[in-house]
Design a protein. Structure first.
Length: 370
């Protein structure tokens, strides 16, 4: 299974292929017979561009310019500070009842990854794709369509559903965060792409310099201002997450945002002018008051909520007493492999680093923890 991103605005109208539809910033998923998730693949009865992809939008330049190109701080949630999938729902961010994943699907995410073969790759209308019949109901609600690439040779479309009424029976909508591990990995990559792309598209309808409407640039993924010609490219907001090690000990923190009492790694957004290593050292000093050295890269994770890229690091403790930044954290302390607290679940860079710590790093140090 492979996904290739392709920019071709001439194909921005719904046709046969994979539809990655979003409803109120949540991915629309159909439920197939065995309780897994799949992105509906419609048959060839493509609607006309006129009926499915309205060109204009109703927002005034003023209101769009106000919403601007900047993500409000409250939306910039560092990945490592996110609750695990099981506890992603929190006050003020409640999932509407009709969008909830039904209880029958409430097994832990790690047990819920369907095999690749479980993702129906069949034309709708066939008995293997019971969600197909409802696609007609969704089609008329799509307010914006963006062609964005091919998954195993099949065209992929990102679409925004009008949010004024609910979803038809047979579909639910869920944040991509709790969907990690629930939908096939091959679909997760284009799903992340589609969510990020739609968010960027919505927030750049008007020029950030002069307020005139933007239009799609034909030869690359960018918007060009119809008045002053300014270019707007998709934005990525890098963030770091770091494991602080001292022999067998690991420093973990409980963030105020966490909905359940688990501990995770220190994380934060990269500031302008910083190297990634600068950011690691600064975030660690700001949040827990200790110094680190020997900062090395571990791995990364796209975190398009709405537009971050998470870069994971390991660093060695280099002195200082723990001093908790109470604005961000409720607690921070050293743990050892035999007294670890409850940790983030799911498939995240934080979880991967912690698994490496538990399974590879700490056992490799031997009984003395040298
Ligand atoms: Zn302009």
């Amino acid at each position: 299974m492979s996904f290739t991103a392709i920019h071709d605005p001439t194909k921005n109208s719904l046709a046969e292929g994979y539809w990655f539809l979003f409803f109120r910033d949540r991915l629309v998923v159909s439920r197939n017979g065995d309780g897994g998730f799949t992105v509906p693949r419609p048959s060839g009865n493509a609607a006309s561009p006129e009926s499915t992809a309205p060109s204009g939008n109703a927002a005034s330049p003023e209101s769009a310019a106000r919403s601007g190109n900047a993500t409000p701080p409250e939306n910039r949630i560092p990945p490592g500070n996110e609750a695990p999938a099981e506890s992603a729902a929190r006050p003020g961010n409640a999932t509407p009842q009709e969008n909830r994943v039904p209880p029958g699907n409430a097994t832990p995410p790690e047990n819920r990854v369907p095999p690749e073969s479980a993702a129906p790759q069949v034309d709708p209308g066939s008995p293997e794709n019971p969600g197909a019949a409802e696609l007609a109901a969704l089609r008329g609600k799509i307010s914006r369509v963006l062609y964005f690439g091919r998954l195993d040779g099949v065209d992929c479309y990102a679409g925004d559903l009008a949010s004024d009424d609910g979803l038809p029976d047979g579909f639910t909508a869920d944040s991509l965060r709790p969907l990690y591990g629930k939908i096939p990995p091959s679909q997760m990559i284009p799903a992340r792409f589609a969510g990020h792309l739609l968010h960027w598209d919505r927030s750049t309808r008007f020029c950030g310099s002069c307020g005139a409407p933007n239009r799609d640039k034909e030869d690359e993924r960018a918007k060009v201002c119809s008045s002053c010609g300014a270019l707007t490219y998709p934005r990525l907001s890098p963030a770091i997450i770091v494991a602080i090690l001292d022999g067998k000990r690991i420093l973990l923190a409980h963030n105020r945002r966490f909905a359940t009492p688990f501990y995770s790694l220190i994380a934060g957004f990269v500031e302008m002018g910083e190297t990634l290593e600068d950011c690691v050292a600064r975030e660690v000093e700001e949040e827990v008051g200790v110094r680190v050295r020997n900062i090395r890269y571990f791995g990364s994770q796209p975190w398009p909520f709405p537009d971050s890229l998470m870069l994971g690091f390991i660093a060695d403790y280099d002195g200082g007493e723990i001093r908790v930044d109470r604005r961000e954290l409720l607690d921070a302390r050293w743990f050892t492999p035999d007294n670890l607290p409850s940790l983030p679940a799911g498939d995240s860079i934080a979880r991967r680093i912690l698994t490496w710590y538990e399974k590879d790093y700490a056992p490799g140090l031997g009984p003395k923890g040298a």
